[in-house]
Structures are given as C-alpha cells and as structure tokens.
Design a protein around this ligand. Structure first.
Ligand code: PLP
Length: 445
C-alpha cells in the first residue's frame, strides 16, 4: 500500500457503501439519511420532514410515492419479472416506445431503451458514429461536446463532458477524437437575466472554428444539454441552439440534445427541443421517464437515422449494442404509469404556468450578501454564490447543509445552488424554498 495513504478506521455500519459523488468521510461523520418520501417531501431517519427542492436528483417530476406507479410495478413484476429484448420482445416495451414517440419532437419516433442517463449518452454517441458508417462516411468519428457539459460518467459521456473534476483523473483514457465548444455561462454579460440571456448567441459560431480545425468530414456529432444542469444551470443564449442546428445542417453533422434533465416537463414542454423549437437528430433521456422510481433511459432518434441501419439482409442484426435490461418490463410498467400521471395532471406543461412565479420568487434573493447571479428557466433555478477566498465550494456546501437543517433539500455544484423541484410544487412551497435558501445564505455570510 502507498505509504502516504492513511487507512481509514472502520467506524460505523456506514463504511461499506462507497457513496457516489459524495464526500464519504464528511457524510459518514455527519450522516443525512432519508427514510421515507411522499408528495413534495422526504422524511429523515429521525422523522424530520424535508421539502424536496430538487426532485430527488432532477428525476421525481410527479412527486414522491405515486400510488399508480407502485401498483403498475407490483402488477408487472407479478406477471413477468424479466424478459430479454435481444431477438425477443414483450408487449409493453413496444407500447412504451409508441407512447414516447407520440410526445416526442416531430420525427423523433424511434426509441432505444437504456437504464440511465450515462447509458443513454453512450448509446447516442455510438448510434451517431455507426450512422455515418452505415451511409458510407465511416471517417466521421469525431465528437464535439462543450466545456462544463455533463453527460454522465461512461467513458463516452465523460469524454464529451466538460467538468474538470470528472475528467482529470482519467485524462489519458478519454476517447481520442473529441473536442469541446466553449460554454455559454457569462456572468459578466448576463448576470441576473430572467429566462434565457440575450447576450451570447454568437458563441455557437465556435462550432465553425472546430469545423475549420478538424474538417467537417471527420465530425460525427455535436452533443449539448439544451440547458446544462449538473454544472450549475447553464442557459443557452437566445438563438444559440438554432444557430448550432444551422451549422450542423450546413456540415452534415448530427446534433444530439442531452435531455436527461430537461426532458419530461422540466421546462414547460415535454422536451426542451419543443420549447426552443430546435429539433435534434438524437435525444437522450432518463430520470423523469419513470419519475425516478425504476432506473430507465431512452434514446430518441430521427427516423432517417433508424432507416439508415435498416439495410442489408433482413436477418442480420443492424446495431451491435444493447443492455440486458434494455426495456426491462418492470421499468416499462413504471414509465407507462408515469406518462399516465404526467398526462392526466398536465405535468408536462405545468412548469410553464409556474415559471413566472418561480422567477419572481428566485429573483427576490437578489441583494442578499454573496449572491452574484440568479438564473432560471421553467422550473429550474440557480443561485450563484461568491466563493470564499481560497476555498472554492465551501460556501456552497455550508448553504446546502444549512438548508437541510432547516428542512429543504437543495443541490450544490461548487458554489452554485441548483433547484429543480417536483413539477407538482405549490406556491407556499416555492416560498418556503426561497425563504429558507435566502436565510441560509445570510447565515453563512
Ligand atoms: C444532462 C445529463 N446527462 C447525463 C446524466 C447522467 O445520468 P445518470 O446519472 O442517470 O447516468 C445526467 C445526470 O445528472 C445529466 O444531467
């Protein structure tokens, strides 16, 4: 063992679980255990009620403990626990694909199932590269991501992603042919914008720079989040996504939207592609697809992409890709029940109705010490805090802990607070989130 590594003393029964994206030692010294959830709330193991300001992890869009999902899952696991989808099929997988195609952006009616956002991203990247090969352009293998993008933790998603902490340990094993657009967060020009910022559409022209550098004939796809979430809510300037689409079209490059957080109503339409009226070639989703209840992801492709694969002998497998649990029947049941709830309760568009109130409430925090920017769109919000000198992330983490003590779950990325409550939120809960957050920020001055 490396002499500089101090073995940790085994302290508690929390030791065995190596927690993801977590300061394990801090957590295990001061655990925050959630034991129950219903509607807009969690309850801690001690029985304390906590308002969920982040829909779990941007996924519980219809709120917690939805009885219809529980019943659908229970029924399905009783009827058929598992069935393969390699050279076999089961009816609700097809039913779900049809239901998704019906709410998808125009033409995006071919659906490939995965188990997570990371798998959706890696699937989309592989489909993009294989698509070009299928139509005789196998030299198009380069992928373009964006600085500060987050596309999960697979080798593909990590490589096109642009969050330095996620990348630096793995620098030498990234995918080789990847480049990155500059990101669009510019507080200097856009601080406290309400909705999309008006400055920065020209940043999309950075794609022309990369095309000039690499030549379009080597580039398979560009992948961006329409609204970046995990890196701290990064909004596209007005016109930016349309410009990206134009440049991709001009050079025959596929455009992939990673809608893992923007999908399923988060910004007031079923998908951001519909809200921004920019239709990608491929779209990745997960999270809200099953309301977070069962892991599942889905990749939507334009029909032209699917059709490009449907060539050659009919008994030949067209795409050598898939997961044991692609279209797992229990996940399909959860997703169908979730879609029923979304449709019955109008949740795929509710964020549009709530967003003016959400915006006003969030921007009321302006003027609180150390708040350097506030951003919002749909039911997404971010409050950017001035980092403590020499201690990036410290203030953000303190605010996170204080909010939790005060009964509100938020999320922080460094010193950026991100908010994304369940889409069933009510006015008094919006007020509670904002008042609690403002108080926590004041107390950590
Ligand atoms: C845009 C985006 N893509 C991909 C992922 C990865 O999803 P998962 O954690 O389900 O693998 C996330 C997760 O937050 C995400 O926000």
């Amino acid at each position: 063992m490396n002499a500089r590594i101090t073995p940790a003393a085994a302290k508690t029964d929390l030791d065995a679980f190596w927690m993801p994206f977590t300061a394990n030692r801090q957590f295990k010294g001061q655990p925050r255990l959630l034991a129950r959830a219903e509607g807009m709330h969690y309850w801690t193991a001690e029985g304390r009620q906590v308002l969920d300001g982040v829909a779990g992890l941007w996924c519980v869009n219809a709120g917690h403990g939805r009885r219809e999902i529980t019943e659908a899952v229970t029924k399905q696991i009783g009827a058929m626990d598992f069935a393969p989808t390699f050279q076999m099929g089961h009816p609700i997988a097809f039913e779900l694909a049809n239901r998704l195609a019906a709410i998808a952006p125009p033409g995006m009616d071919r659906v490939f199932f995965t188990n997570s956002g990371s798998e959706s991203v890696d699937t989309a990247l592989k489909i993009a590269i294989a698509y070009h090969r299928a139509r005789g352009q196998g030299q198009r293998t380069r992928l373009i991501g964006r600085e500060r993008g987050y596309h999960g933790v697979g080798f593909g998603g990590m490589s096109v992603g642009g969050m330095v902490n996620n990348r630096k340990f793995f620098a030498s094993v990234m995918l080789p042919s990847v480049d990155h657009l500059q990101h669009t967060l510019d507080i200097g020009h856009n601080a406290f914008s309400r909705g999309l910022p008006h400055w920065g559409m020209h940043l999309a022209n950075d794609l022309e720079r990369l095309v000039a550098l690499h030549d379009a004939s080597t580039i398979a796809a560009v992948i961006v989040e329409p609204i970046g979430g995990s890196a701290g809510v990064i909004l596209p300037p007005v016109g930016y996504l349309k410009r990206l689409r134009e440049i991709c079209d001009k050079h025959d490059i596929l455009l992939i939207f990673d809608e893992v957080i923007t999908g399923f109503g988060r910004i007031g339409k079923p998908f951001a592609a519909l809200e921004f009226d920019v239709i990608p070639d491929i779209m990745t989703t997960a999270k809200g697809l099953t309301n977070g209840a069962i892991p599942m992801g889905a990749v939507f492709a334009q029909r032209k992409i699917y059709d490009a694969f449907m060539q050659g002998p009919e008994n030949a497998i067209e795409l050598f890709h898939g997961y044991t649990y692609s279209a797992h029947p229990v996940a399909c049941a959860a997703a169908l029940a979730t879609l029923d709830i979304y449709e019955r309760e109008g949740l795929l568009t509710r964020a549009a109705t709530l967003s003016p109130e959400w915006q006003e409430a969030l921007h009321s925090i302006r003027g609180t010490p150390n708040v350097i920017d506030i951003r919002n769109f749909g039911l997404i919000g971010a409050v950017d805090l001035e980092p403590r000198a020499g201690k990036p992330g410290a203030r953000g983490f303190e605010v996170f802990l204080k909010c939790f003590e005060k009964g509100v779950l938020i999320r922080v990325t460094g010193d950026i607070v991100a908010l994304s409550p369940p889409l069933i939120i009510e006015s008094k809960q919006i007020a509670q989130i904002v008042e609690t957050l403002a108080g926590a920020i004041r107390e950590t001055a």
